[in-house]
Design a protein around this ligand. Structure first.
Ligand SMILES: [Zn+2]
Length: 119
């Protein structure tokens, strides 16, 4: 008897909602995306200056990374220091030394950017 009385006494807010969407089902939907947010790419700190084994989040391939060296702030700083001490002829040397550059790691299969090693 009580259940049949509750149905006609539904507040106006619930009456606007379609009857096919009960509140319990709606609550389970909202809890889903919050766990998905926890997905994060591979931390950049895990990469070193040389190619290494890594799992690509894009294609799932586990392979050696492809490393491309890129000029970092230290590269420009080393060039500036060489210029300031008068070694003009040597100021381009830092741009030829990989150890003064950042190492960008890419997937060998799909060339997706995986992370960077900052000098
Ligand atoms: Zn890949």
């Amino acid at each position: 008897m009580e259940k049949s009385n509750m149905y006609p006494n539904v507040p106006e807010q619930l009456q606007e909602m379609p009857p096919t969407a009960p509140p319990t089902y709606d609550a389970s939907q909202t809890s889903g995306p919050t766990t998905v947010i926890l997905q994060q790419p591979i931390p950049a700190a895990a990469f070193g200056p040389r190619p290494q084994i890594a799992v690509c989040p894009n294609c799932g391939e586990r392979n050696l990374t492809e490393v491309k060296y890129e000029n970092s702030n230290k590269t420009h700083l080393a060039c500036l220091i060489l210029c300031l001490v008068g070694l003009w002829c040597c100021c381009c040397i830092p741009y030829c030394v990989d150890s003064l550059k950042n190492a960008n790691h890419y997937c060998q299969k799909c060339h997706n950017f995986l992370g960077v090693y900052n000098k």
